[in-house]
Write a protein that binds this ligand. Structure first.
Ligand code: ADP
Ligand code: MG
Length: 728
């Protein structure tokens, strides 16, 4: 008896988990493959270390001699861990990461061999970048692109390669990647937020944005996935009837993680730990075979790099475990898709989370300042924020019948709604001593440090305040977080600047005290941004109607959502925050539209292949079997045969009907594609793919799924949902 109990408890406590067994080891392993401060202390001279830290903190230049020293140190360290190559690791606009490996190995002129890596190679490289999308920037300027070291994100060893995080820019200075605009936005928000934070604490000299992402994904058996052209080429199932069991029992969410999946996760966590990605939580998600992994939050630029690296590691580790990991936002019809919540806040170098309510009225005034400014920023630029998470695959969630709607709104919860309502009533101009006391003690002073009702468990809000951070919930699972983070930090930077100007104006001209001025401006912001606040059910048709009345955008498709990028207002924002020039924005729009077209085109082509090479032949094979049967019955029973066919003839007819329709829809779709492909105007072409081609996908799928239900199981050539979705 006692033995049985012991087994059960050891299982429950996961005592046999190798990572847990190596008690304390996970922290010892943390960052072993990262050239972090500990390594630098060990490998660099004090001056070189200071130089790198200054460069990371204030963007100061690193001279050639120091760069050589850092490169030499990195190489020496990397070789001890078995590295043979180095690469500049960057984020082209395609959304993934790119790398080109060069060996440390080199030859001297006298033919002797050695391992070489110098400052020049660390600081700058010229990848053969002509095939990365640049939205015409390189053609326009006949400029080549180069990658430049980002010392704010430490180098790391991945496999046998030393990876150096870099930005990718053209020689004329335009960003050709997602990291450069992000770094500029983070710089802008640092400046603006520091200036405002200093109203409350003069010791603040730097503010950094924090990001904690939550990555959702599906795990599918590799061989089954490889047997389906759609999963292989489009990352999602383009056809496939729902399994008899889906997520209706809610038995997967937080359920016991299947053994195969757990072993993948352990391996993954180990790799992440070595690479300094502080992953912390893992659990099952709502849909079968759907999981989530989330880290402890970090400085936003580092967190973005870590998420990109994580996705790469996941694909490699999945492969070792004979899985294919799906990052597509909607890989399966009829069950939940995957997203990537972006938890965001601002933190000072004095260790304060600016979106965390404090224990004194002054701290809470600071909290309210950043809280209300963020709300105002999102209200002003809601459409731009929506554009930052637009993609062909994310259209299946936003704007379809799935988690968060395409309409941006903000959930703040009851307690804070009440506080905002009270602040809205503050009188204009100078406040009487009584008013001040009332405000400080009974309104601002009463905000609890822990906001209990701020969990918004219904999860329908696309932008929710969750106690000490905001959470952008519409980000796609495949999306590079740099995109929403660039926009969010840029709009908050712009907003905080305006706030500071207004407050300073009131202090200077109207001779208001600082806190009076702050209250006055905040009151106006609360009034002005009311329409964006919504705590109700974001899926309801009533909200859609109400949002339209409030003049909130509701861009359900990517081509539509992207249009706002080049509006006067957006260009003005990007220019004044120095995040992107007009040329860079236009280039981005072009690349995004092009990516949308290409992804939709690939799906269209795969539909052709599926219909002509898989679905039609399978349906005909089965129909022929039925016809053979009918002929046989006729031979034996003559005119009386129909008595013995049961409903057979109707199945034969049904198959024919679906075959006729699916072929017609597929051919019509191909014709529509041909028409669209002739279009010169990229924008028109994207809309054609969206409005004229994509609708065919659903109808083709409809007939295929009907046929799947009719056709004999072993004749159907595509792995079914039932086989794909229930890992054991
Ligand atoms: P949920 O209930 O949405 O699953 P959690 O409360 O577990 O989420 O936290 C989600 C994420 O929020 C975690 O990745 C965590 O690191 C992140 N997070 C917590 N505090 C902050 C912060 N100040 N800034 C950014 N992210 C944060
Ligand atoms: Mg969350």
């Amino acid at each position: 008896m006692s033995e049985i109990r012991f087994t059960a408890i050891s299982e429950a406590l996961n005592i046999n988990n190798p990572i847990i067994k190596e008690k304390g080891r996970r922290s010892a392993l943390f960052g072993t493959h990262v050239f972090n401060e500990d390594r630098m202390l060990q490998y660099l001279t004090r001056d070189a270390l200071k130089s790198v830290k200054d460069a990371a903190q204030s963007g100061s230049k690193i001279n050639r001699k120091t760069a050589d020293q850092v490169a030499e140190a990195m190489k020496a360290w990397a070789i001890t861990l078995g590295a043979t190559h180095y690469t500049h690791w960057f984020q082209p606009l395609t959304g993934a990461t790119a790398e080109k490996h060069d060996a440390f190995f080199d030859l001297l002129s006298d033919g002797r061999a050695l391992e070489k890596f110098e400052g020049g190679q660390l600081v700058q490289q010229e990848p053969d970048a002509s095939s990365f999308p640049s939205g015409g920037i390189r053609n326009t300027f006949e400029a080549r692109g180069y990658t430049a070291w980002d010392p704010t994100s430490p180098a790391f060893i991945y496999g046998t390669t030393l990876c150096i995080p870099t930005v990718f820019v053209s020689y004329t200075g335009e960003a050709l990647d997602n990291k450069a605009p992000l770094l500029r936005a983070l710089h802008a928000v640092d400046e603006a937020a520091t200036a405002v934070a200093r109203y409350f604490d003069k010791n603040v000299s730097k503010v950094h944005a924090t990001l904690g992402w939550e990555q959702e994904y599906f795990l599918i058996d590799k061989s089954l996935a490889n047997a389906r052209p759609d999963l292989m080429l489009a990352g999602r199932t383009l056809v496939g009837h729902e399994a008899a069991k889906g997520q209706q029992l809610d038995d997967h969410y937080f359920g016991v993680i299947p053994l195969r999946a757990i072993s993948f996760m352990k391996d993954l966590e180990l790799e992440c730990t070595r690479l300094g990605i502080p992953v912390k939580t893992r659990h099952n998600e709502v849909a079968p075979n759907q999981f989530e992994i989330a880290p402890v939050f970090e400085e936003a630029n580092l967190a973005v790099d870590h998420n990109l690296l994580l996705m790469d590691i996941m694909e490699k580790v999945a492969d070792r475990h004979h899985f294919k990991v799906l990052f597509h936002e909607k890989p399966f019809a009829g069950i939940n898709g995957s997203g990537k919540h972006n938890n965001w806040s601002l933190a000072t170098d004095t260790g304060v989370n600016l979106l965390s309510p404090g224990s004194t009225p002054m701290k809470n005034l600071q909290f309210l300042t950043f809280f209300i400014n963020t709300i105002k920023a999102v209200d002003t630029y809601e459409e731009l924020l929506r554009s930052s998470i637009a993609s062909a695959s994310n259209d299946h969630r936003l704007g379809a019948n799935e988690a968060p709607p395409a309409i941006m709104s903000i959930f703040v919860g009851q307690q804070l709604s009440d506080v905002l309502d009270e602040l809205e009533g503050v009188s204009q101009g100078k406040l009487s001593p009584e008013e001040k006391t009332e405000l400080k003690l009974n309104v601002v002073g009463k905000i609890p440090e822990i906001l209990l009702d701020n969990t918004d468990r219904n999860r329908t809000s696309p932008f929710a305040f969750t106690g000490n951070k905001f959470e952008i919930r519409g980000v796609g699972s495949r999306t590079n977080c740099a995109k929403p983070m660039t926009v969010l930090n840029a709009i908050v930077a712009q907003q905080l600047r305006e706030f500071k100007q207004e407050v300073d104006g009131l202090i200077g001209k109207k001779k208001l005290k600082k806190d009076e001025a702050v209250f006055n401006v905040l009151r106006e912001y609360i009034k002005a941004s009311k329409r964006i606040r919504f705590d109700g059910d974001g899926y309801s048709p009533e909200w859609e109607a109400e949002a339209a009345k409030r003049k909130l955008s509701n861009n359900k498709t990517t081509p539509k959502a992207l249009q706002v990028l080049t509006s006067k207002k957006s260009l003005g924002l990007f220019a004044s925050t120095a995040v992107m020039s007009e040329i860079e924005v236009a280039a981005r729009l072009e690349v995004e539209l092009d990516t949308y077209i290409l992804q939709t085109q690939i799906e269209g082509r795969v539909y052709n292949e599926l219909v002509y090479n898989h679905i039609i032949p399978a349906a005909i094979t089965y129909q022929n079997k039925l016809l053979e049967n009918v002929t046989g019955l006729k031979e034996i029973y003559g005119a009386a045969y129909s008595k013995y066919t049961g409903g057979l003839l109707s199945i034969i007819e049904q198959i024919s009907e679906h075959l006729v329709d699916i072929k017609k829809k597929t051919d019509d779709m191909t014709d529509a594609r041909k028409r669209a492909n002739k279009m010169k105007d990229l924008n028109k072409k994207a809309f054609a793919y969206c409005d004229e081609i994509r609708p065919f996908f659903d109808s083709i799928r409809y007939h295929s799924d009907k046929l799947e239900q009719i056709v004999q199981n072993d004749i159907w050539p595509l792995a079914k949902y039932r086989e794909l979705l229930f890992i054991k």
